[in-house]
Design a protein. Structure first.
Length: 323
């Protein structure tokens, strides 16, 4: 990117802020504000923090990165995949249902992403699958989604034995993210006694980035999709050259709150901050000269409510530009 404006300076300061120790809380009961703030307009203070879109490999929350958590997941993966689990690479090479037809069985590399221990001793394992080649390694392209797999398990023998048996397998039930990774998985409560998954996923290509939030309800042996793509973040900073008419960066903080209509499912609230800059009309500049631009705030607030099938916008506006 060869053009400098206050918006670019905001991006630089935001990325520096992202290097701090501030990460999304790993609580299974409270939704995390996983996308931190971007300044409201191009001349705001440059101290706000911004969390970049999901990385090429599915990141783990702090709670999932402990030795105890990893040991638990190894036992769960062995229970699910048996001899197909590969301890050297900490994954499994296994045949799973075709995500399109769910009839044929295809070969996938499957990696654990997160798990949840339930009060009654059972457990839920979330895993990511990507297509395997004939050599048994993943062959995902940049545009390839990760495939969501959820396995329900029950203790086998004594709890201290760390042995599990599979109760229900839900294979390749959703395609999310890019580079073969489905994104950041967070355990949330969608309401009283309504556990769920919030998965932050996205894509970057040709200088444009988009990040979305997918919501799933976890039932007794089932997973229900409530929304696959609520926009959380976008920018075109990688394509923001001097001749680009408009450049922008918008980011949203999300959280759940009690439903205004008194419903059983909480409302999803998102606060957006960001700005766009357009080339000032009628201005002639020399080749390779930075054109003057007009900054416009893209702040906003959106409330999404559950309508019986999924989450729909009921108040405000989602200010994230599409890409």
């Amino acid at each position: 990117m060869n053009y400098r404006t206050p918006l670019v300076l905001l991006l630089v300061s935001a990325l520096l802020g992202a290097c701090s120790d501030k990460t999304a809380p790993a609580s299974a009961d409270v939704a995390a504000d996983v996308v931190t703030e971007v300044p409201a307009a191009a001349d705001d203070a440059a101290s706000a923090e911004h969390v970049p879109p999901p990385a090429a490999t599915a990141p783990r929350t702090e709670a999932m990165n402990t030795p105890q958590a990893r040991e638990l997941e190894v036992g769960m993966m062995r229970a699910v995949f048996g001899k197909d689990y590969r301890s050297d690479s900490d994954d499994a090479l296994a045949d799973l249902s075709d995500p399109d037809k769910h009839v044929d069985r295809l070969s996938y590399v499957v990696s654990s992403v997160s798990h949840k221990l339930l009060p009654d001793g059972r457990a839920i394992l979330v895993a990511n699958a990507e297509t395997a080649n004939t050599e048994g390694t993943a062959e995902s392209a940049h545009a390839s989604s990760g495939l969501l797999n959820v396995f329900f398990l029950a203790p086998k023998g004594q709890p201290e034995d760390g042995q599990w048996q599979v109760v229900k397998r839900l294979e390749n039930i959703a395609a999310l993210g890019s580079s073969g990774q489905l994104g950041e998985v967070h355990w949330v409560m969608l309401g009283a006694n309504k556990p769920g998954l919030a998965i932050r996923h996205g894509y970057t290509g040709q200088g444009y980035t988009i990040t979305q939030l997918a919501l799933f309800e976890i039932g007794d042996g089932k997973v229900t999709t409530l929304d696959g793509g609520i926009d959380l973040y976008s920018d075109n900073m990688g394509a923001c050259t001097p001749d680009m008419d408009e450049c922008w960066m918008v980011s949203g903080n999300w959280r759940f709150a009690t439903a205004r209509n008194g419903g059983a499912y909480d409302d999803l609230l998102i606060d957006f901050k960001g700005a766009s800059e357009k080339i000032k009309p009628g201005v002639t500049v020399k080749p390779d000269e930075d054109p003057p631009r007009i900054a416009t705030p893209l702040n906003g607030h959106a409330r999404y409510g559950f309508d019986g099938k999924g989450y729909k916008l009921v108040e405000g506006k989602n200010t994230v530009p599409g890409v």
